[in-house]
Design a protein around this ligand. Structure first.
Ligand code: PLP
Length: 481
């Protein structure tokens, strides 16, 4: 199995102000702080409505963001230490290339719900991907970009409000899924020329987020549903499934594709000639090549004759998970009172369950870390900056610690137990990688906290992504929000 390596970190890691008395937010832009590549900080304005696109490794922009925050803090700017994301569009671009390489016959329709980031949507639109939308809001967000034909959208929510079906009809979005008879009646009334795709139940027992209890028609009702569709003069064009989000056993796709084959045969008996096989989402970054091998093999086995059959998929997290990193500021700390020094280097480590050192950061489970609650993710912080330096010595003593979000709710726990340097203090920064999927999009403003902003960059190898965006913009697409 081939796993695409992360772009190597090509930044010299050096303390920015060694041996200098600093306060925790007191960063100084020194020559050591950042590599001298001036164009990295000259953002390119590609789209009128969006922030500029920088260049360079995300770590550079995480560090630069931290230094900007300390400058703002020095100037008493409110919210100076606000948490922020860095999005590396090169990663999205590389995932698309990886998709085309491993699954060349399957057209990806990006699942917008996973991260409807305006740059991500524009990049994927410019690369010719399709989109899986679940609501009127998502459909109009994609269509407002411009340059995306409604035919590239699949309305892949099997249970839609009637007004949304009408909205789809008006917008020219014809492809939509269903898995029950009521949906057929609604569609027959409001969008009778829709191209329907029956969502069948797949075995989702090998996925972190299981969808089967909510969606999917089991094979024993599929034939009757198709007869009902026929009776209502509706056009069913194919079959879809979803193995569940975060699928950790790729062999499950083979079973799902064999079920889709049976549904295709039932379609034939009901008088349809199906032309679309939609293998849904669930693709995991680390297991993608393994999943692709299973899928290609199963499609050859169950669909040996593919003339007249279009293969599509609805990947979400695969595209964005790795592309976003988060920087969060330590806004408070709770440690046992130490007799040794104010620096809190004490030896009390708490018990197994409750580490004695508690850090409070300015992103939590009501914000971007909602992924911990809703998407069952576990997140792991690293020290982005400590005591005015981006360098943490390997010999720095660590202690078991817990990390908490900023709200007043005790459910707002980011990490129950993680080893962190004992000398971490208020004003230091923690970094989190792989924060692109099911994070920002579901963040709330509970307790009056703001959503974190995003800084955009393209790391090494990102020139294709940049020029795709540039030509897209030059064709006058993507400028209105
Ligand atoms: C959420 C969802 C997806 C995307 O799932 P990932 O696990 O992020 O790939 C695709 N299709 C449908 C219908 C979904 O609900």
């Amino acid at each position: 199995m081939e796993i695409l390596p992360l772009t190597p970190l090509d930044i010299p890691v050096s303390p920015i102000a060694p041996h200098r008395e600093t306060t925790r937010n007191d960063f100084i832009l020194s020559e050591h702080a950042l590599p001298s590549a001036p164009d990295e900080f000259e953002g390119e304005a590609i789209f009128d409505s969006l922030p500029p696109l920088f260049r360079g490794h995300p770590e550079i922009h995480l560090r630069n963001g931290v230094m900007n925050a300390s400058r703002r803090a020095a100037a008493n700017v409110p919210d100076a230490e606000k948490a922020f994301f860095v999005a590396d569009l090169t990663q999205v671009y590389l995932q698309h290339q990886r998709w085309l390489r491993c699954l060349p016959d399957i057209e990806p329709h990006y699942a917008v719900k996973c991260n409807p980031d305006p740059y991500v949507l524009r990049l994927l639109a410019s690369l010719g991907a399709g989109f899986d939308c679940a609501s009127n809001g998502e459909m109009s967000q994609v269509l407002r970009i411009g340059g995306v034909d409604p035919d590239r959208i699949i309305f892949a929510n099997p249970c839609k409000a009637t007004s949304f079906i009408r909205g789809a009809a008006k917008a020219g979005v014809d492809k939509m899924t269903f898995d029950n008879p009521d949906e057929l009646y609604k569609i027959a009334r409001t969008h009778p020329t829709a191209k329907l795709i029956i969502r069948i139940l797949a075995d989702d027992s090998k996925s972190i987020c299981r969808f089967g209890i909510k969606f999917g028609a089991s094979l024993d009702v599929v034939f009757d549903l198709l007869l009902k569709a026929r009776e209502l003069h509706l056009d069913v064009i194919g079959v879809s499934f979803h193995v569940g989000s975060g699928c950790y056993d790729p062999t499950i796709y083979e079973d799902a594709i064999s079920r889709a084959r049976q549904a295709f045969d039932m379609g034939g008996r009901a008088g349809y000639r199906f032309s679309v096989l939609d293998i849904g989402g669930g693709f995991e970054d680390a297991r993608f090549e393994a999943a692709a091998a299973v899928i290609n093999h199963a499609i050859d086995k169950y669909f040996p004759d593919r003339s007249g059959i279009r293969l599509i998929a609805e990947p979400g997290r695969f595209y964005v998970s790795r592309a976003f990193s988060l920087a969060a500021n330590i806004i408070a700390r709770r440690a046992p009172i130490s007799r040794e020094s104010e620096r809190g280097v004490d030896l009390v480590t708490g018990n197994e369950e409750e580490p004695a050192l508690m850090y409070y950061i300015n992103e939590g489970v009501y914000g971007a870390f909602n992924c911990i609650m809703f998407d069952h993710q576990t997140v792991e912080p690293y020290v982005l900056s400590m005591d005015g330096s981006f360098h943490v010595s390997a010999s720095e003593p660590v202690s078991a610690s817990s990390v908490w979000g900023p709200t007043c709710d005790s459910i707002d726990c980011v990490c129950k137990r993680v080893e962190l340097p004992r000398a971490l203090q208020v004003g230091d920064w923690l970094g989190f990688n792989n924060m692109g999927a099911y994070t920002i999009c579901a963040a709330s403003r509970f307790n009056g906290f703001q959503l974190s902003d995003v800084i955009y960059t393209t790391s090494k190898g990102g020139e294709e992504a940049r020029s795709a965006l540039r030509s897209f913009a030059a064709e006058d697409h993507g400028h209105s929000l």
